[in-house]
Design a protein around this ligand. Sequence first.
Ligand SMILES: [Zn+2]
Length: 156
Amino acid sequence: MEEYYTKIWDSIYVNSAKASHTKQIIPSIPHRIALSLWPNHSLTQLLTNHGCFCAYLHEMKKVPTPLCSCPEESEQTARHLMLECSLLCKERPTVIQNLPLPTIMKYHINTVEVTRFITAIFQMLQDQPQPNQTPYPPVTTVLKSNTPTILYIYIY
Ligand SMILES: [Zn+2]
């Protein structure tokens, strides 16, 4: 019975157009079930790519550019930070450089070195220079004085 529902769940997950980033790390429901994983705030952001990454923040119109501040000028996604970003090359454990993400998730995600690396990613994001100007003017300057308050609520 459990196997039957796991197959249905897996079929929905695998065939869905959503969660493309997560599927690179957790390719199937049986893989997820086999993981010893209790995602915290940081890990959830890395798994979903929905977090304080410029690519996502840009999509949400919170920052002016999706690009990372590293010399590669790649889009700053969770994947970029985990696998490619040169600003994190000193902190990136060898295991992350050498194994596919699903394998890291299965066997190494709870190790000290990977946990330290995840901490380093979010520390770098916290320390990275913020844009000098806000990408979009504050709503109060955009709205005309007769703009209904309800619109203000919807914008935020
Ligand atoms: Zn980068």
